[in-house]
Design a protein around this ligand. Structure first.
Ligand code: SF4
Ligand code: SF4
Ligand code: SF4
Length: 281
């Protein structure tokens, strides 16, 4: 009888030990899966190759073949004087890159995009994740590196030494679209009264996000850096109208009656657009 009880206790103990073991493994599995999912998702700061689709579509379309990165590293300009191949711009993400594993991205401070005339990384893409139409000039039907859009450069005015009054134009000189994507703005230094500030200013409509400026920046942590456009720029909202912009005026003309919000709808959801008051809606 005592033996039977002992057997019962030990089999019950085994039962609970097994449950605890399985629950432990299950929890560990969930944690590992969560960790994997975390790693599988790209950081919102990820910079993709030229002509990449929007992030959600890019992830669905890219087949992770690596042909873009191969074309980038093999471009003839990517060799030093002795003929040795240098690091390419595009990298295929590994487990600890905070980018969806196996997809291409670049880190400008490491290797920026050189805005190649022939954009060799784009035509080789077999899936359409890099859309050649995005970098094809509709008038000339030729590839146009000025149409690249990988992100936009942003200046941290607190760490950029040009904003302290020190002379530096490293980013300005590095830009392939000098005086278009980046300009130096003259400002009087009222502290000294006799010096000038020459401050770098970005034109986000022209900047391609190549990151040559970020690579050239002389500060320890770059004071100019590239961010994905949707991270760097806000969105004013469709109800704002720039009276001096022909496209905006056309937008107003093309509006259908059903698009127009009542005063109540506008004031409950959006700030009052007093600057545009008086304009025809
Ligand atoms: S355009 Fe930029 S990413 Fe493409 S091959 Fe040239 S350097 Fe590489
Ligand atoms: S070539 Fe296209 S499909 Fe292949 S890894 Fe590059 S973006 Fe993805
Ligand atoms: S990222 Fe910098 S270097 Fe490249 S186009 Fe923009 S301002 Fe010029």
């Amino acid at each position: 009888m005592a033996d039977k009880k002992k057997v019962e206790i030990s089999s019950r103990r085994r039962f609970f030990t097994n449950i605890a073991h399985n629950v432990g493994l299950g929890a560990m599995g969930t944690l590992l899966l969560a960790g994997y999912a975390q790693k599988a998702k790209s950081s919102p700061l990820t910079l993709r190759p030229p002509a990449a689709l929007g992030e959600a579509d890019f992830i669905k379309t890219c087949i992770k073949c690596g042909l873009c990165a191969e074309a980038c590293v093999n471009r003839p300009q990517n060799r030093d004087k002795e003929g040795n191949q240098k690091k390419g711009t595009l990298k295929m993400a590994k487990a600890n890159d905070s980018v969806t594993i196996g997809t291409p991205f670049f880190t400008p401070r490491d290797v920026p995009c050189f805005m190649c005339d022939d954009i060799p990384c784009v035509p080789v893409c077999p899936s359409g994740a890099l859309d050649i139409n995005k970098v094809t000039n509709p008038k000339t039907k030729k590839l146009d590196f000025k149409m690249m859009d990988m992100g936009v450069a942003v200046v941290d005015v607190h760490s950029c030494i040009a904003f302290w009054g020190l002379q530096c134009d490293a980013c300005y000189r590095a830009c392939p679209l000098l005086d278009e994507a980046i300009k130096l703005q003259y400002n009087r230094n009222s502290r000294t009264g006799k010096h000038a500030f020459l401050e770098p200013v970005i034109n986000p409509d022209v900047c391609t996000g190549c990151g040559l400026c970020e690579k050239a920046c002389v500060t320890e942590k770059p004071a100019i850096f590239v961010l994905p456009r949707e991270v760097a720029q806000g969105k004013p909202g469709d109800h704002y109208v720039r009276g001096w912009d022909k496209k905006d005026q056309q937008r107003v003309k093309d509006r259908k009656a059903s698009d127009i919000k009542t005063e109540d709808e506008r004031s409950s959801k959006t700030p009052v657009d007093y600057l545009n008051k008086g304009l025809e809606y």
